[in-house]
Write a protein that binds this ligand. Structure first.
Ligand code: MRU
Length: 356
């Protein structure tokens, strides 16, 4: 079993169940989790068995298809009520990635549109929409990758933060998808992989993916990226996003802001790769985005061999995301192509007029 022959998340209406790669186990082992209830899905999202904005969104879509099958309501109103309850609980699983709400709204929009339809056929249509959203996600990632890869020369060194690859989506990935596409088109790409404390998505997941694709890389401490940028060893920075405000401010994995500052100071372009579903026109600016605060234990649990990294009883703070101001972003790479500043006008113009 390897990543290039499987998707991160799958749905099986006949069981009914979701199957997903358990990202908590990587890189030690490639385990597949089977989830049969909405509570199990919520736990998998909260505990980060599945993570990454697009992957969380599609998981929620599949979970609502699952809820549609699990509901024992015998009429359409009761069934819609059960779906509404499941949607409410799912939407609270993690607050920052807007893809979660986007996917739930799209699935609920279909469910609430049903009138005079047999429940079996309503369930089939929910399955079909969720599956279509998963297929679209893969297709969108490939389009973004093709647009983004043009930004890279035949030989390039790139800094990448967190994990934005196939694991963070259904397949292929966003920022890591760009790197993968460039590599597959014959370019010589070297990746400096930010380890991404505290959950180490870079060291554990991105490095594991790069091994599978045969792309050259070095894992670096998050705090080392400024060093390499300043020495002129880096051509570009590529990151993903969990939510992008109307003005272009980016919520992404903690540490992205410092990376963007160092890139700007060194004159290195900072690109953010994200599908339309990550742009949230309802949020005016980054300061209005809800930032997930996770347990202190995630920061303190790391050990140096057998030894703890902090004194017993130490306290810690653990914001999972930060905000990179729009002025530090060179361009967004989307399935519609690149979006350049001024973002406040170019984001809506691209999505209104652009054809993916
Ligand atoms: O906490 P995580 O691992 O879910 O955070 C993931 C990120 O911040 C990614 O950069 C973002 O979701 C984009 S993934 C395509």
């Amino acid at each position: 079993m390897c990543l290039s022959t499987m998707r991160t998340i799958n749905y099986h209406p006949e069981t009914p169940s979701l199957q997903m790669i358990d990202q908590r186990q990587l890189p030690a082992k490639l385990d597949v989790l089977q989830l049969n209830t909405i509570d199990e899905v919520i736990h998998a999202i909260r505990d980060m068995a599945v993570r990454g904005a697009p992957a969380i969104g599609i998981t929620a879509a599949f979970a609502l298809a699952l809820a549609a099958r699990l509901s024992d309501a015998d009429d359409l109103d009761g069934w819609k009520q059960d779906l509404g309850d499941a949607a409410q609980r799912l939407s609270e699983a993690r607050p920052t990635a807007v893809n979660l709400r986007w996917a739930i709204d799209r699935m609920l929009g279909l469910a609430t549109s049903f009138q005079d339809i047999a429940l079996d056929s309503a369930r089939d249509k929910m399955d079909q929409l969720a599956q279509r959203m998963a297929d679209e996600d893969v297709e969108i990632n490939r389009r973004m990758a093709a647009h983004g890869a043009r930004l890279l020369e035949a030989r390039a060194t790139v800094i990448h933060h967190c994990n934005t690859g196939a694991l963070a989506a259904v397949d292929y990935g966003t920022a890591l998808g760009v790197i993968r596409y460039a590599h597959e088109s014959g370019k010589s790409i070297h990746v400096l992989v930010d380890e991404t404390r505290p959950r180490l998505q870079g060291a554990r997941l991105t490095a594991w993916e790069l091994e599978q694709y045969g792309i050259s890389y070095d894992v670096i401490c998050d705090s080392a990226s400024g060093f390499f940028l300043q020495r002129g060893e880096v051509d570009a920075v590529f990151v993903g996003a969990d939510r992008i405000a109307a003005n272009g401010d980016v919520a992404n994995k903690i540490g992205t802001y410092m990376l963007a500052l160092a890139a700007r100071d060194s004159g290195v372009p900072f690109y953010c790769v994200a599908p339309r579903s990550t742009f949230d026109p309802d949020v005016a600016q980054g300061a209005d985005i809800s930032i997930e605060q996770r347990q202190a234990s995630e920061v303190l649990a790391l050990r140096l061999g057998e030894r703890p990294i902090a004194p017993e009883g130490a306290s810690a703070r653990n914001p999972a995301f930060d905000i990179t101001p729009y002025r530090l972003v060179e361009a967004f790479v989307t399935e519609y192509g690149l979006i350049h500043p001024p973002f406040i006008t170019n984001i809506p113009a691209t999505f209104k007029e652009g054809q993916p």
